[in-house]
Ligand binder design. Structure first.
Ligand code: PRT
Ligand code: ZN
Length: 284
């Protein structure tokens, strides 16, 4: 029994989707030159598809799980289960206007023509915002629509903003924030759920590792109590005596977002020779 995973064949999510599998210790055979492949050390089969097709394949059970942008899933509106946000492929779906057009509030979009490839998401958003605009569905190069007189505004994905900028457009509303997500068929068999859980265990270990750092420092023994209180750690810090009398080495794990606060407190409380090391995998 193998778990079938669908990932994007070639595009912005391809490389990171494959890297995620690799970081989970899965040796993918061949790579994306084929339609599908497998792994020699994990019961998984990998399908390489266009991202737009992935939600449908998963709803139908052709693939069991898949990686797509939330934007694609919401647009396609298929019946699948969202398992996990993956932290890459981050972007936003935004409405943009030619930069010289005045814009005070969303009401300014009433009666306007908006070009987009995301008509489902956009029409839902406009309805919520009580705006009546005309949606012009186009499949690509949305950013040129105002320039050629096809529309007054666009609704498209933005990451750095440079595409908007170089087309003389300004971002005025964020409709959706998106990132790559792991989705699954709603009725996976028990054996497949077991494989999925194994994969999720590994994905979570990677994420914990990314959000945490291993920290080593030296401290005078008389300060150890204070220093241990500053360090949250997984359980409690490890303390090893140094060759120099009266000093110890303290090892612990700190969260990335508390990191600078903790380092400052450690320093003011006598810690020296602080080393911070990335963690590759972390099982809590
Ligand atoms: O061939 P296939 O159909 O599989 O690929 P695709 O061309 O439809 O998708 P692709 O590879 O462009 O994007 C795949 C997914 O990556 C999207 O569904 C998003 O979830 C995510 N993503 C993240 C982005 C961007 N960032 C992004 N910037 N998708 C597209 N863009 C485009 C955007 O459409 C615009 O043209 O990049 C341009 C804007 O980028 P900036 O940096 O200039 O703002
Ligand atoms: Zn696509």
């Amino acid at each position: 029994m193998k778990l079938k995973i669908a990932i994007q064949k070639s595009g912005r999510l391809s490389e990171e989707s494959l890297r995620l599998l690799k970081d989970c210790g899965i040796n993918v055979n061949n790579g994306i030159s084929k339609l599908k492949t497998d792994a020699d050390n994990f019961p998984i089969e990998i399908f390489f598809l266009r991202d737009d097709d992935i939600p449908q394949y998963i709803e139908d059970g052709v693939a069991d799980i898949g990686i797509v942008g939330e934007n694609v899933l919401l647009e396609k509106n298929k019946k699948v289960k969202i398992i996990e946000k993956l932290g890459f492929g981050k972007c936003r779906l935004s409405i943009a206007l030619p930069k010289e057009v005045k814009y005070n509030s969303i009401k300014a979009l009433n009666g306007k023509r908006i070009a987009t490839s995301y008509s489902t998401i956009l029409s839902k958003y406009l309805k919520e915002q009580k705006v009546k605009a005309e949606i012009h569905e186009i499949s690509g190069s949305v950013e040129i629509a105002p320039g050629i007189g096809l529309a007054d505004a666009i609704c498209d994905l933005v990451s750095s903003g440079s595409t908007l900028f170089s087309n003389g457009l300004k971002e005025v509303e964020v409709v959706l924030k998106s990132e790559a997500i792991l989705i699954s068929n709603q009725k996976l068999r028990k054996e497949k759920i077991e494989i999925l859980n194994k994969l999720l265990f590994r994905i979570k270990a990677l994420r914990s590792a990314k959000n945490n750092k291993y920290i080593l420092l030296n401290a005078p023994n008389k300060k150890l109590d204070t220093i241990c209180k500053i360090l949250p750690g997984m359980k409690s810090p490890t303390i090893l005596p140094l060759a120099e009398k009266g000093w110890s080495s303290v090892h612990s794990v700190v969260e990335e977002n508390q990191f600078w606060d903790i380092i400052e407190k450690l320093k003011t409380n006598g810690a020296q020779g602080i080393l911070v090391v990335p963690i590759e995998k972390m099982i809590v």
